[in-house]
Design a protein around this ligand. Structure first.
Ligand code: PEP
Ligand code: MG
Length: 450
């Protein structure tokens, strides 16, 4: 479906490639996720939210393609998300070559599923909990199917983006209750609304010069108390009789923000109890995704039970690189030495402060980064459901000692390419290079294989 050339009506048996100048999260949410097979757009980058959502659906996305206005509705295309290419009107031989690649990927994924119920534990006994990131109802069952131990990040804004207006308390309740029930008794970390930046509500019309530095996440919620209160009420009521809800706050930059939301949460609990609802106060945590909050964590502890590191935004704000801007996408790298050092420091800080910690950005799903995160001894990683089996196989095939030796070397390096090469050597030595995504290897000769 070429956006702008089509209505949203599609016949039931169609395989849809969604294609447009800019494919937003709202665009994706308008289509039936079971029909979507790929996303192609001129704008954006691998870390824009449309790409993150495509990963959650387990479908390829190719972004920043260059002109696409010559492509018509109904044209046949092959979308290769691993190599970042789109093949127009593919020949018979190209089609059969890709059929082989798709089948190999499918049977590889299937083979990894055999270990779905085994714990992610390194050969020397370090246990890593693996959680799923979700946001659509369609991505709930992929996580359960792949052995997710809970939801580490539920992006509550996704249903808001698919709506025509703010969803009501009871509409939100239905969605939250479905998710909490599906995962019960496993924990579900629901993040309060994180709109703004590249997740603009179609019914708000907010225009800003620097939206990534603007009115997003908790800033929006604190300025729109009624929206926050409605959301907290819906979450708390959805948790009645279950008790597996945790609440997490996005874009926290100051202690005052956390203190204020904690007070709002307390008053919502008290109010609901007065209304006769048997709600309990869930654990509260924050996203660590703005570098400025890192020195404040000791003080934050007064109000929070856990932190989760959002590496997508942390990379963007630490390196001052817009995560959605293709012009600077080569500068956006979670293996940048400043990110590695910051993550290593955060793991130590969390341990010193005895704060429960997880990593919930895309970094956790990257085998290269995962080796380093295990070397840092992060006890929990949350990622798109489709990456869980791969990261579990990686964890089970490695010792923490090997990962730490690699990390120690990496911490002396200043070039992301050298870092990638160094981790690559560790993966090869451990016999785990088959887990590297096709096209992600730093060795040019291997690109395109596998
Ligand atoms: C992050 O910033 O790393 C994150 C997990 O949140 P989002 O990608 O939704 O901004
Ligand atoms: Mg974020």
């Amino acid at each position: 479906a070429v956006l702008g050339q089509t209505t949203d009506q599609t016949s039931d048996d169609q395989h849809l490639v969604l294609l447009g100048e800019d494919v937003s999260v709202s665009d994706i949410a308008r289509f039936d996720p079971t029909q979507l097979v790929a996303i192609v757009c001129l704008q954006g980058s691998a870390l824009s939210h449309s790409a993150v959502l495509a990963r959650a659906l387990g479908i390829p996305a190719v972004v920043a393609t260059g002109p696409i206005d010559h492509i018509k509705n109904e044209d046949a295309v092959i979308v290769d998300g691993d190599l970042g290419i789109v093949v127009l009107s593919p020949s018979q031989s190209t089609q059969s070559a890709y059929a082989t690649i798709v089948e190999a990927a499918r049977s590889f994924d299937e083979s990894l599923l055999a270990d779905k119920d085994l714990p992610a534990v390194t050969k020397d006994g370090f246990r890593v909990q693996l959680f799923a990131n979700t946001g659509l109802l369609a991505d709930v069952s992929p996580g359960i199917k792949r052995g997710a131990e809970g939801i580490g990040l539920y992006r509550s804004e996704i249903p808001f983006l698919a709506h025509e207006a703010f969803p009501t308390e009871s509409e939100q309740y239905q969605v939250y209750h479905t998710i909490l029930t599906a995962y019960h008794p496993r924990p579900v970390t629901m993040r309060t609304l994180d709109i703004g930046s590249d997740k603009q509500l179609p019914y708000m019309n907010i225009k800003e010069n620097n939206p990534a530095l603007g009115w997003r996440g908790i800033r929006f919620s604190l300025d729109n108390r009624a929206v926050l209160v409605t959301q907290l009420r819906a979450m708390l009521k959805a948790d009645i009789g279950l008790g597996n809800l945790q609440i997490m706050l996005p874009m926290i930059t100051s202690n005052a923000e956390t203190r204020e939301v904690a007070a709002v949460l307390d008053s919502v609990v008290t109010r609901l109890q007065a209304e006769g609802e048997p709600v309990t106060r869930p654990d509260l945590g924050i996203m660590v995704e703005v570098p400025g909050v890192i020195p404040l964590l000791r003080g934050q502890k007064e109000w929070i039970d856990f932190i989760s590191i959002g590496t997508n935004d942390l990379t963007q704000y630490l390196l001052a690189v817009d995560r959605t801007n293709p012009r600077v996408s080569t500068l956006y790298d979670h293996l940048h030495p400043a990110m590695i050092q910051t993550m290593a420091d955060l793991a130590k800080t969390a341990e010193t402060l005895q704060l429960r910690v997880s990593v919930c950005g895309e970094m956790a799903a990257d085998p290269y980064a995962a080796v380093l995160l295990i070397g840092m001894r992060f006890p929990a990683l949350s990622m798109n459901a489709f990456s869980i089996p791969r990261i579990k196989a990686l964890t089970r095939g490695l010792t923490v000692e090997e990962a730490q030796i690699c990390l120690t070397d990496v911490l002396t390096m200043d070039d992301p390419q050298d870092i990638r090469q160094r981790v690559h050597a560790t993966l090869v030595d451990a016999g785990l290079d088959h887990l590297i995504y096709r096209g992600a290897s730093p060795e040019p000769s291997e690109v395109g294989s596998g």
